[in-house]
Design a protein around this ligand. Structure first.
Ligand SMILES: Nc1ncnc2c1ncn2[C@@H]1O[C@H](COP(=O)(O)OP(=O)(O)OP(=O)(O)O)[C@@H](O)[C@H]1O
Length: 293
């Protein structure tokens, strides 16, 4: 009874929503390496969105960058710090095109199912989180079915669609991001000087014009329903070393500078001239650690 009474005046206890912005910010700051832009944009947008008790539209973030740079890591951190039961929460929904939408022939059917699924879940919990991984493999024309749900003022049968969070993840735009980061490095600039606006515009263009982006000629992009395009920069050797160090600590292994150095040395770096960035980010770190322990 008390729970129901509280929920009638409070706004977010209809599901196990326990947002902890400070913990999210701390986690981003402490455990994500080399991604100052993503850290900044994600913590800023998530906290602004959650502080607004009646947002006029959902929060829609689109993560872009090469493999192993931390896109999935940050999306899990967001989910972990919004829900007490973390990624196993029934209010966090993850879609993987190759698994959930494998056949381009069934797009009309997938469209119906996806919209029904999202609406049904928002009726259960207005603060639901929807994560769409591997957007570059999303069949064309599918994601646009969500367009009405992502815009302002979409209310059906009193369900509030405006409190949801959508995260789209893809490698689309990696060329733009990697080029800008390389130029910055070659000119001896600080990584922190990389211009966010320039990158966001470049990614938006690429996402809209690339027929492998999942958002090819999408009304979602055209109508500017994506709150922010979030760039993930390619990782350098020092970031690989930090990933290795952290993962060793998480395994309870201390003082193994030899393993940190060996793992960082074994990664493949590009371009050939300069060898600045790990081609697989930190993705291969756990497998390499296993070889050295
Ligand atoms: N910037 C980073 N800081 C700390 N750890 C990282 C970072 N990037 C990647 N990692 C680690 O590397 C592994 C792979 O990262 P993640 O799955 O987030 O990559 P991704 O960008 O989603 O790649 P993909 O596009 O291939 O899915 C994870 O174990 C993650 O913890």
């Amino acid at each position: 009874v008390f729970q129901r009474l509280y929920c009638s005046i409070a706004d977010n206890c209809d599901c196990d929503f326990k947002a902890n912005i400070r913990d999210l910010e701390w986690d981003l700051f402490k455990n994500v390496f080399g991604q100052h832009l993503a850290q900044e944009v994600v913590s800023e947008e998530v906290s602004r969105f959650l502080q607004n008790k009646s947002p006029d539209r959902p929060l829609v973030l689109s993560f872009h960058g090469s493999s192993g740079t931390g896109k999935t890591l940050i999306s899990s951190m967001v989910a972990n710090h919004l829900y007490g039961s973390a990624m196993s929460s029934p209010y966090i929904h993850q879609f993987i095109p190759t698994l959930h939408f494998p056949s381009a022939q069934h797009v009309p059917h997938y469209r119906e199912e996806l919209k029904k699924w999202v609406q049904g879940n928002l009726t259960q919990c207005a603060r639901s989180v929807f994560i769409f991984d591997e957007m570059e493999k999303m069949p064309l024309g599918l994601i646009d079915v969500l367009e009405p749900l992502l815009g302002p003022s979409y209310v059906v049968f009193s369900t509030n669609y405006r409190k949801a969070i959508y995260i789209f993840i893809s490698t689309t735009g990696e060329e733009v991001i990697n080029k800008v980061t390389l130029e910055n490095r070659q000119s001896g600039g600080e990584r922190e000087d990389i211009n966010l606006l320039e990158l966001e515009d470049g990614i938006a263009l690429e996402v809209y014009n690339s027929n492998t982006s999942g958002f090819f000629h999408s009304t979602i992009v055209h109508q500017k329903l994506i709150t922010r395009f979030v760039p993930f920069l390619p990782l350098s050797r020092c970031h690989v070393a930090r990933c290795t160090h952290l993962q060793l600590l998480q395994r309870g292994v201390f003082n193994r500078r030899d393993v940190v150095d060996a793992v960082a040395a074994e990664m493949i770096y590009s371009p050939v001239q300069g060898r600045f960035f790990s081609t697989t980010g930190c993705k291969a770190v756990p497998a390499k650690i296993n070889l050295h322990l």
